[in-house]
Design a protein around this ligand. Structure first.
Ligand code: NDP
Length: 299
């Protein structure tokens, strides 16, 4: 569905933070016909948005005073706090609603909610799970947590961003917790891919030659994720496909090949080490899912 079809008549929003993501958010609001006020620490990042109809606020306080809902999207909560905790900004936010879409850790989201409650600011939290290019398209993924009625009240404005919007629960740290878990998958997977490209290149294989097979690996991940999710939730780890004893032997081959080329193998060594630890504790006949249980044990 196009973002335009979501629009309710003449809603307003303020966007604080005009990095690539903040600009994408403000641009999508404008495209959907939402009256949008913008502010950024460093001036001059709003030229294109203003040309498209955004109001450039002279100060952060003026920006938050312009709308019932303020969306903050800066590098992290330290940066958000440095803007929002200025007395004149806090005063202007009183009685209004703030949603922080910056990425950070769950405890920071909970602290932000505590600060907001102390200062009479309505607050819920959120995270964006997809790149700037998806904003304003059906492919954007937005997650939220905190007070559900507040989220529901502002969802018509947020819908202007397109994509899917999911409220994950009243615990305000929950969106950030999902974000952390999902980014854990992303960064470790992509680092594994970068390592694979270095090893392949050392063996005379270009990244593009490897690509169709690398994409094949990508395609077997979704069903493997689904099987692992059931096993981890049920606590049933016994191997049906690939026992740890076999898994670590292929991991060791990667370590040896990397190091034979002088390539740092620390990432795959860490994976192999976890597998060997599980084997040492008597779990050699289990799937790799046993590692999730092992990592969760108290140290
Ligand atoms: P950045 O993470 O680089 O954030 C840039 C923004 O943060 C700018 O508005 C910058 O202001 C502001 N900022 C940094 N430090 C401070 C500070 N001390 N005080 C005030 N403002 C500050 O770029 P993005 O816009 O891409 O990301 C914003 C958030 O969105 C991040 O949390 C990111 O993880 C998240 N995100 C981004 C995605 C992407 O594809 N880019 C995807 C999903 C989430 P200034 O211009 O003055 O430096």
């Amino acid at each position: 569905m196009s973002a335009h079809t979501h629009t309710t008549p003449k809603t307003t929003v303020t966007v604080i933070g005009l990095g690539p993501m903040g600009r994408a958010l403000a641009g999508a609001f404008l495209a959907a016909g939402v009256a949008t006020t913008v502010w950024n620490r460093t001036p001059g990042r709003d030229g294109e948005l203003v040309a498209r109809g955004a109001v450039s606020a002279g100060s952060a306080a003026e920006a938050v005073a312009a709308s019932e809902l303020t969306v903050v999207c800066v590098v992290d909560y330290e940066a958000a706090d440095s803007v929002l905790h200025r007395p004149e900004v806090t005063a202007a936010l009183k009685g209004r609603t703030l949603v922080n879409l910056s990425a950070d850790v769950p405890s920071r989201a909970r602290e932000a909610a505590g600060w907001a409650a102390e200062h009479g600011v309505s607050y819920f939290d959120g995270a964006i799970m997809t790149p700037t290019t998806t904003i304003g398209t059906p492919h954007g993924v937005f997650i939220y947590s905190g007070q559900q009625d507040l989220y529901e009240a502002h969802k018509p404005v947020l819908d202007a961003l397109g994509g899917t919007h999911t409220h994950l629960g009243e615990d305000v740290g929950r969106a950030a917790a999902y974000d952390i878990a999902l980014l854990d998958i992303w960064w470790t997977a992509m680092t594994g891919y970068m390592h694979a490209l270095a090893v392949a290149r050392a063996e005379g294989i270009s990244a593009q030659e490897l690509l169709p097979f690398a994409q094949g690996i990508g395609q077997i991940l979704p069903p493997a994720f689904a099987d692992a999710a059931v096993e981890v939730d049920n606590g049933t780890y016994a191997a049906t496909v690939n026992p740890l004893t076999s898994a670590v032997s292929t991991m060791a081959h990667i370590v040896h090949t990397s190091e034979a080329h002088g390539i740092d193998a620390s990432v795959i060594r860490a994976a192999e080490g976890l597998g060997r630890r599980a084997i040492g504790l008597g779990h050699g006949g289990d799937e790799l899912t046993r590692v999730a249980e092992l990592l969760g044990r108290p140290v």
